[in-house]
Design a protein around this ligand. Structure first.
Ligand code: UTP
Length: 294
């Protein structure tokens, strides 16, 4: 069976306003979970799902995001000279994971616009592309593989959804769905941004993973700015749905960290640290004491 996609696009050109003032100087995509930036986890997820190429969409002021995937021979040599082979392995991890390229988004005109900026990086082989938002950590990984299987069976585009409690649904883009006979795969007939709980067509909310038919690039050229004056990816997907293009969601029954805001990022950092043998035990003990004294 041929791979459903070769290229994974990671939009990382946003302004990161929820992380100001840090994002004045440091891209939020490089903030570390323990010692590793989230974008490395997302790149690994893409590679594990079969992607051969990562297109990082950055802005002219965020070149460091793409530099993270470059080799650094001077640092490697200096660490090797000091016998620090474990650190050499660490810094080689990202460049070895996947071939990374950049696409430049000059202005943060929205997620849809950012994805459109990667079109020039595609080849004739790319019938579909994966899009992974680096501020969304999906646990366990593997959802993209399942999404690729669904595309192979049903064609079109496949998105990832979470089943969210109805009272929290107003924070999300929500799918209007029809059953397909499988609990975890639904056909999408529409999308609504941030509905009131009583108006929500389902409790299935969009997460930051998309497997999009190449037709998305044409749709992106035909939409006009939507919410916040930005070109929204969901508007282009809605256009495809209206034109009869098949769109399905895979319902993910796992966990998620939203790194786009400090509260979600802090939870993720603590969660990841608790899972490391190096920092977990001490942190757990300190947290217990800290909470007892609060
Ligand atoms: P977000 O809305 O979470 O990121 O977009 P943001 O706009 O940087 O953050 P805030 O709202 O100002 O705090 C999701 C992903 O899409 C990218 C972001 O970098 C992030 O990884 N993005 C967003 C772009 O690449 N370009 C854009 O114009 C907008």
């Amino acid at each position: 069976m041929s791979s459903a996609f070769h290229t994974a696009i990671v939009p990382a050109a946003g302004l990161g306003t929820r992380f100001l003032p840090t994002t004045k100087a440091v891209p939020k995509e490089l903030l570390p979970l323990v010692d590793t930036p989230a974008i490395e986890y997302v790149a690994r997820e893409a590679a594990e799902a079969g992607a051969k190429k990562l297109v990082i969409v950055t802005s002219p002021t965020k070149a460091s995001v793409a530099n993270y995937f470059d080799e650094n021979p001077d640092l490697e040599q200096s660490l090797t000279d000091k016998g620090k082979t474990d650190l050499v392995e660490k810094i080689q991890r990202a460049p070895k994971l996947i071939k990374a390229e950049t696409a430049i988004q000059d202005q943060a005109l929205g997620l849809g616009h950012a994805v459109g900026c990667a079109e020039g990086n595609l080849t004739g082989e790319d019938e579909a592309v994966a899009v992974l938002l680096p501020d969304d950590i999906i646990l366990p990984t593997g959802a993209l593989k399942k999404m690729a299987e669904v595309r192979q069976e049903k064609g079109g585009s496949v998105l990832l959804a979470f089943d969210i409690p109805r009272e929290q649904i107003s924070a999300y883009g929500v799918f209007d769905v029809r059953d397909t006979g499988s609990d975890d795969v639904k056909q999408v007939v529409g999308m609504v941004e941030k509905p009131k709980p009583e108006d929500a067509p389902s409790t299935f909310a969009a997460a930051g993973r998309y497997l999009l038919d190449r037709a998305i690039f044409d749709a992106l050229k035909r939409i006009t700015p939507g919410a916040g004056g930005e070109l929204q990816l969901t508007d282009a997907i809605a256009l495809l749905i209206n034109e009869g293009h098949p769109v399905h969601v895979v319902v993910h029954r796992g966990g998620r960290h939203d790194l786009g805001n400090p509260a979600g990022f802090l939870r993720a950092a603590v969660d990841f640290a608790l899972n490391t043998p190096e920092y977990g035990p001490d942190l757990r003990e300190w947290l217990r004491e800290r909470l007892d004294n609060s």
